[in-house]
Design a protein around this ligand. Sequence first.
Ligand code: NAD
Ligand code: GLY
Length: 380
Amino acid sequence: MALKETKLKTITVPLGKRSYPIYIGSGVREVVGKFLSKIPAGKRLRFPRQTIIITDTVVARLYLEDVQRSLKASGFSVHVIIIPPGESQKSLHRADAIYAELLRNRIGRKSTIIALGGGVVGDLAGFVAATYQRGVSFVQMPTTLLAQVDSSVGGKVGINHPLGKNMIGAFYQPLCVIADTETLQTLPERERVCGLGEVIKYGIILDEKFFEYVRKNLPDIVAMQPAAIAHVIARCCELKAYVVSRDEKEEHLRAILNFGHTVGHALEHAGHYRSLKHGEAILLGMIAETFLAHQLKMITADNAQRIEDMIAAVPLPRSFGFIFSAKKLIHTMRSDKKSLEGNIRFVLPKKIGRVTLPIPVKEEIIAAALHSLNQFVMNL
Ligand code: NAD
Ligand code: GLY
């Protein structure tokens, strides 16, 4: 198995019988057939080894051929479904079109859906895998930084509803995750920044040493320098595996992965999922939620400033791209999945490396933190 530049790193998500490996390395897309052949017989589907690659037009142009070649060389048959790129594809309409194509091609239960792409493809393909004929096997091949450090791990799959993002879905773990760091070289800078949002999140919620590593190596990480990026992906996956193995269905600890997401999701919604990308909204959401923690005297000024400085060092959008209204954002936050009995709840940082579980915060305090966020963006 010839891998380039960096060695293969393997991290396990420990979930008993449903445990699975995450393979991280440069060029691993070219040996995907060998990884799939290694899946234990008890989990793997028997011959004919039918695979279905779901990908988008951008990723297909860049990486589909390599993946197809490797699968065929290992004796898998391959059916390809290519969708347009973008968040709007995470819809029931698109899932329905994929079900129809699978049925027309008589794809049975003994098959494996492979998601080749970013978080959009991963969430959608995973949702189809969880529901088609009551569930077929599923493999994640993430190709964006955000997907490699976060969305491909942990089994959250789903689609959006016109009344809310990620409102329809399931917990459905993949058989394995294959993250080719080489694919990140073709990512536009804006997508790299989106992934950085989740990377910084892991440092703030769980690991101060990792936060410092990211701060010191930010230019190498933004440039996707192979050794730095492989370390970052592996550490984020280890941290996510730790959380998911303790609370797979988000009954308690897993909620900490939502730091920055209460405000972030409201910002995405306000921009109609076009003005801000998910990762950008999370970066801004983390700033607002740090201001909130500071106003509540839960975090020291020094720690809050370290978070603000880190996020300010990232190439962020210089405007929201929509008219900022704290009132409207708070209205959206009331529908957040963490809200309880009418109270908006937040995961808040206590120090770098430590956060609370979701706690309720009064709306006037939220409004003040949102005004501080508006100032922050105006000063960028
Ligand atoms: P994305 O999937 O929309 O990909 C971004 C863009 O990059 C797309 O246009 C895609 O075609 C392109 N692209 C992908 N790989 C590329 C490559 N290697 N080179 C060049 N271009 C490439 O966006 P994303 O940021 O990966 O994912 C965002 C989605 O992930 C959101 O829907 C969000 O809700 C979801 N998400 C899910 C979880 C989870 O736990 N399931 C966690 C975080 C985010
Ligand atoms: N990205 C949040 C989670 O996986 O729980």
